[in-house]
Design a protein around this ligand. Sequence first.
Ligand code: SF4
Ligand code: SF4
Length: 258
Amino acid sequence: MDLYTFFRDEGIEIYGEAALPALSERDREYVLEFFPPGESVIVFGEAVPVEVYSLNAQNQTDIMLEIAERLCEKAIQLEGVLESEGIPARHVPLYLPVRIKDGRVRGVVRLKQVAAAAGLGTLGKNTLLLNPEHGPRLLLSGVVAGESNIINTNSVQKQENAEDQGNQNPDICIGCGHCIKACPAGAIGPDGVEVFSCRMISPWVPGPVVPIAKWLIGRQLLLRCMAPIAPFIAKTATIRCSRCVTECPVFRGSEKEI
Ligand code: SF4
Ligand code: SF4
């Protein structure tokens, strides 16, 4: 199936597909928990324009939510297109609803990791996807499909295995540590972002509750733990900090800044 026309008609320029073998074992497990027939993930994104980061917090939030919701609508459309072709598919919901099974949070597809595996960029120390053209400004959406090699066009990045990934995706993060220094909360460490310290999250999780939340969820699930509170945050919060994005030297894209 050639999805080039779909993405072109929808005005989406950044997209790719990662077959399951291109993902880490952990991400493969997450994808299969989310959608057991899954064989690949189609991931796509839209960049938040540079100027948006100069707007006030409320306007920034509104624009980012607008982009994220638009992407989610495209994912729902794409799911319909695939299913009409007989390919089982499930879009990754914007607010990442999760289920708890055997005491574990399950069902989250990590789109940043998938996008890196699909060749759309590499992960930075700030834990964000760094895209060659748009730096850390991409918002992502995706669809898990029960077939691989769905995107059949020369214009798309596609990774078949982890070795391809290493060869074709040179690291965009230059390891400068600016994001770590710029973080007002000291939330970025060697293990990634400590979400309970991040100024985007900390106002919504009272200090005394943090140890319990950590005990319940576990450090390795920090990304996942954001999911249950994401709708609440998105609907009610404003962007409080984006310094790990704006202070990154590839903020405008690695091809423009360095
Ligand atoms: S958003 Fe701000 S507080 Fe959160 S990790 Fe980035 S720089 Fe730190
Ligand atoms: S600020 Fe530097 S270390 Fe942090 S993600 Fe950007 S390039 Fe990497």
